[in-house]
Ligand binder design. Structure first.
Ligand code: HEM
Length: 390
């Protein structure tokens, strides 16, 4: 029965565990395939169970929210991320087609050009913050795609970080985000009310669907946030993690420069190694069993993508960063019906910057002590001083 399930009493959301999560994941994986987190529910730290639960979206549902607290779960009822069945399909279809590789072909050249300009500017500066370098593309591409007006963009990164903090438990960090989350909601509602989205954008499509009665005004607001909030910090996290890894693994950088065809592998491997989203929750809809552990209906299950991606049962030498390995089955983008709708865009942006760097930069070196962001759900650097050697 559930109380025989091993428990992990350390707080995964403490400051120390956020800054250095991997030893915690290793202990969780050693405890078993299902581990009880007191006051939070169950956690899945191993690859096979994470993948199986993400695949079984009828039993392990998202419609009760994917956050680790009831307040955010209530507020995210109209999102793609927090819905099931036909609601989910309708919301996802409305926007996801714009993020498919075919649709992105039209912006591919612009992305590559912007990546080249960003890298040239970074090289002129010599010493740069890798986070700013990683943020340049997402911050210029995604808001245009979503149709966010030019004024108001200065808040986007703070709001995105607040959204991810709020997807964790209601600890101090989660509670402190209330102001930012409310400001984002208010701003987005005003955008929908004033029809202030850029013409021809994904956001403008949402307004048309609302006009046609296909979605409600509340859904329209939620969908704007849906495509903006998860698209910035995540991509920035993946790319800055890659930069950090290449700075600390010069042999891997030399290998990438010698064979730029490895760029897609490198993106997968960086996301496997430092998954930008540590985990999201599912709710058990009917009594179920995971790896022999019975779980009651209503139980919350935290799918730890970040831990699954370092599971030695699945990966050889999981703590080694190796761009030659095939990491395409990593779970950093999720998997199954809710698998990341924006992954082609994220891959395009991260790949373009790595390619532009590989063409021009012989060595990436650390120029100071990196700092990780303190956030309940997102894992990315807050600061990453780098020297780029032409
Ligand atoms: C490296 C960058 C990214 C990572 C690591 C990432 C990660 C994820 C993960 C783990 C999920 C699955 C959620 C679940 O299992 O419940 C997800 C879903 C989603 N992502 Fe991403 N994401 C990234 C970039 C983006 C971008 C660029 C966009 C949009 C432009 C985006 C939009 C979405 C949306 C809309 C969903 C919800 C899909 C659904 O519920 O059907 N993401 N992402």
């Amino acid at each position: 029965m559930p109380d025989t399930v091993p428990a992990y009493r350390r707080d995964l959301y403490s400051r120390a565990a956020i800054l250095d999560p991997h030893p915690h994941y290793a202990r969780l994986r050693d405890l078993g395939p299902v581990v009880r987190l007191p006051r939070r529910g169950y956690a899945l730290p191993r690859y096979v169970e994470c993948r199986a639960v993400l695949r079984d979206h009828d039993t392990f549902v998202s419609g009760a929210g994917v956050a680790l607290n009831p307040v955010t779960n209530r507020m995210s009822r109209n999102t793609t991320l927090g819905s099931d069945g036909t609601d989910h399909r309708r919301r996802r279809t409305l926007l996801a087609h714009r993020m498919l590789p075919r649709a992105l072909r039209t912006i591919q050249e612009a992305v590559q050009r912007r990546a080249a300009e960003t890298v040239e500017a970074a090289l002129r500066a010599g010493t740069v913050d890798g986070v700013a370098l990683a943020a340049a593309l997402p911050l210029s591409i995604v808001p245009d795609l979503v149709g966010w007006p030019r004024d108001g963009r200065e808040h986007l990164l703070d709001w995105a970080a607040a959204t991810f903090d709020a997807l964790g438990p209601l600890n101090g960090r989660g509670l402190r985000t209330a102001g930012a989350n409310l400001a984002m909601l208010r701003y987005t509602r005003a955008l929908v009310r004033d029809r202030a989205l850029l013409p021809g954008s994904a956001g403008a499509d949402v307004l048309l669907a609302a006009d046609a009665g296909e979605i409600s005004p509340a859904e329209a607001t939620a969908l704007m946030i849906d495509y903006l909030a998860p698209s910035l910090d995540t991509t920035i996290g993946a790319l800055s993690a890659a930069l950090h890894l290449f700075a600390t693994h010069p042999g891997q950088w030399a290998a990438l420069r010698a064979n730029p065809g490895l760029v897609p592998n490198a993106v997968n491997e960086a996301i496997r190694y430092e998954s930008p989203i540590r985990g999201f929750t599912r709710t058990v809809r009917r009594p179920a069993e995971i790896a022999g552990t019975p779980l009651p209906a209503g139980a919350k299950v935290l799918v730890l993508y970040a831990s699954a991606n370092r599971d030695p049962r699945e990966w050889d030498d999981p703590d080694t960063f190796d761009i030659h390995r095939d990491a395409s089955r990593q779970l950093g983008f999720g998997y199954g019906r809710h698998g990341c709708a924006g992954q082609a865009l994220a891959r395009l942006e991260a790949g373009a910057v790595l390619t532009a760097l590989a063409e021009r930069v012989t060595r990436i070196e650390l120029a100071g002590e990196p700092e990780w962001l303190r956030n309940n759900v997102i894992r990315r650097h807050a600061r990453l001083p780098l020297r780029l050697v032409p």
